[in-house]
Design a protein around this ligand. Structure first.
Ligand SMILES: Cc1cc2nc3c(=O)[nH]c(=O)nc-3n(C[C@H](O)[C@H](O)[C@H](O)COP(=O)(O)OP(=O)(O)OC[C@H]3O[C@@H](n4cnc5c(N)ncnc54)[C@H](O)[C@@H]3O)c2cc1C
Length: 310
């Protein structure tokens, strides 16, 4: 059976950065890219906040560059999904969806997380043209404009207050009559003058214009689920903040996770509860969820894997 010193699962900023560091440390990492080679950033057109790109960069291009950089030092980057990981003994046995089996002395898990969306057809249509799941990433494009956030938890409250600093007005749409967010966050939201709460409300449709590939969102139809009353709000940005799902299904029962499925890592470290297995990027981070923080923890994981082996 094939053996590797370091298996990296995932090819987003965390996985590729781990690969750059692990390859330069001569661990000859094997990287499995998964169903989304390049990760979440391949679904966006413009990344403006990753250091080193003064003019901004196209998401897929940035991930292509990261892949090339990892390959330059000898990372073995492969198409394929890891379907099983035996964490009970080292070296760890991993299975790939094409039937390959590998033994890995260390494993870096960088499988990311997936934003949850409402599931509306019109929402899908305007993704990248006004619909976003990340205020920190895309809020800047709506400076001075009117936007809406949908959700009622801490993330929605944080996204709404972040956007309220940038935008003219923020509608916070929530299907219940009170927020689930912490009391402190609720207080902040309810006392921010340019946030208008739309209680008991659900989004029926997102509307806008389309001309060729250019899409411009200009509103949302919101329904009050108690009265049935419909209302169109005029907005240019629509932020979905109903949570993320970490891609950890294959690690259930094998690695320690929190109650929402994020992998747990030790303080100031990427070490999981199993020695020799590390986790980097969004799969272990529900707070920041940025390319730069994913890359940062990818770097940490590779350094920790190298130190563990030596
Ligand atoms: C539309 C959009 C725009 C964004 N814009 C920005 C921005 O402007 N700036 C910014 O900093 N952040 C932005 N983000 C957030 C950023 O993309 C993420 O924080 C970052 O990509 C997380 O990196 P990651 O490496 O942890 O995981 P991801 O990028 O999620 O990558 C996960 C990888 O794991 C792989 N994988 C999953 N399961 C398996 C498996 N079983 N086997 C093998 N591989 C597997 C996937 O194929 C994928 O390659 C944006 C996100 C989205 C969705």
């Amino acid at each position: 059976m094939e053996k590797t010193k370091c298996l990296i699962i995932g090819s987003g900023p965390a996985g590729y950065t781990a690969a750059i560091y692990a390859a330069r440390a001569d661990l000859k990492p094997v990287v499995y890219q998964g169903m989304e080679p390049g990760g979440q950033l391949t679904t966006t057109t413009e990344v403006d906040n990753f250091p080193g790109y003064p003019e901004g960069i196209d998401g897929p291009k940035m991930m292509e560059d990261l892949q090339k950089q990892a390959e330059r030092f000898g990372s073995d980057i492969r198409w394929g999904m890891i379907t099983e990981l035996d964490t009970s003994e080292r070296p760890f046995k991993a299975k790939v969806d094409d039937g390959t089996e590998l033994l890995a002395e260390t494993v870096i898990i960088a499988t990311g997380a997936t934003a949850k969306y409402l599931g509306l057809e019109s929402e899908e249509k305007f993704k990248g043209g006004g619909v976003s799941a990340c205020a920190t990433c895309d809020g800047f494009f709506y400076k001075g404009k009117d936007v809406a956030v949908v959700g009622g938890g801490d993330t929605a409250a944080e996204e709404a207050t972040y956007l309220a600093n940038l935008c003219n007005k923020v509608y916070l749409i929530h299907r219940r009559d009170e927020l689930r967010a912490s009391k402190a966050m609720q207080h902040k939201v309810l006392n921010t003058p340019n946030i208008e709460m739309l209680w008991d409300s659900e989004v029926k449709e997102i509307v806008g214009t389309e001309s060729g590939f250019v899409k411009a969102l200009n509103g949302a139809v919101v329904v009050n689920n108690k009265t049935g009353e419909e209302r169109k709000i005029d907005i240019e940005g629509f932020f979905v903040a109903i949570g993320h799902k970490p891609n950890t299904d294959i690690f259930v029962g094998k690695l320690e996770m929190d109650e929402t499925g994020y992998l747990k890592t030790k303080a100031d470290s990427t070490a999981t509860n199993v020695e020799g297995i590390f986790a980097a990027g969004d799969v272990q981070d529900k707070h920041f969820r940025q390319a730069i923080t994913a890359a940062g923890t990818g770097c940490m994981a590779a350094i920790e894997a190298e130190r563990f082996l030596s």
